[in-house]
Design a protein around this ligand. Sequence first.
Ligand code: DQA
Length: 146
Amino acid sequence: MKRILILNGPNLNLLGTRQPEVYGTTTLKDIEAMCAKKAAALEIEVECRQSNHEGVLIDWIHAARGTFDGIIINAGAYTHTSIAIMDAVTSVEIPTLELHLSDIHAREEFRHTSYIGKVAFDAIMGHGAAGYPMAINRMIKELEAK
Ligand code: DQA
């Protein structure tokens, strides 16, 4: 059975109340339930984790080696700053998909740079909470093509 790790970075624990005009009103708990439902339908395992701390996200990426077949990551603002998370993804050699609720390329210029995008096999963005089950589908397609 395929196992996918879904990582959410800083401030994503506030989804639902955080800038709903940008990120929607769906909470992280709702998103996790959407992911669990998708996983059940596809007969795969999905584990969702969220941290506001860069090092914690890096530790989880390291520990995913040998445990998870793929990583879906919404690194929040670390997307635009963290060479360390980018290096962690490269180091573990696990297929990684970049995910965002908003379309980072349609927003402020500082969000246009993505370090995760440099090492991820693809990116899903601009679909709000619906992007999460879409990302699971995309990951399964990638893993099945291997
Ligand atoms: C985000 C986009 C980032 O620029 C921002 O810092 C976030 C959320 C998104 O999901 O749209 O925290 O990753």
